[in-house]
Design a protein. Structure first.
Length: 116
């Protein structure tokens, strides 16, 4: 599937990048709190235990993926490299990425079409 997406991206003069999907349906895009409890009974409703933000779980995951993609793109533009992983083991690099992702917030101000 990845190779098909890469192929289609090249055909459209674009670039496909892969971002970590870990905890995207458990992390609150509003306050950053991550917990399995944010998805009661692994249902379709996401409700943050910390701030009370509530939305369909699929939309939460999609927002978190979008924010991570934008952060990766921002890093690429500023460094010229898609691989900005810190030195250390893969577990340490993953922990550093997830820590950085926890700082991402999705607010009405960060959405271009928030009045639609």
């Amino acid at each position: 599937m990845h190779s098909l997406i890469d192929y289609k991206a090249v055909l459209n003069n674009s670039l496909a990048i892969k971002v970590d999907a870990d905890y995207t349906s458990q992390a609150c895009p509003h306050c950053g709190y991550t917990s399995r409890g944010n998805r009661p009974k692994k249902g379709l409703i996401f409700r943050c235990e910390s701030c009370g933000f509530e939305l369909h779980a699929d939309l939460i995951g999609a927002r978190n993926i979008a924010m991570r993609t934008l952060l990766t793109r921002q890093d690429w533009v500023s460094t010229g490299s898609l691989s900005a992983t810190p030195n250390g083991s893969s577990a340490e690099a993953k922990a550093a990425r997830l820590s950085r992702f926890a700082e991402l917030r999705w607010t009405a101000e960060s959405s271009q079409h928030h009045n639609l």
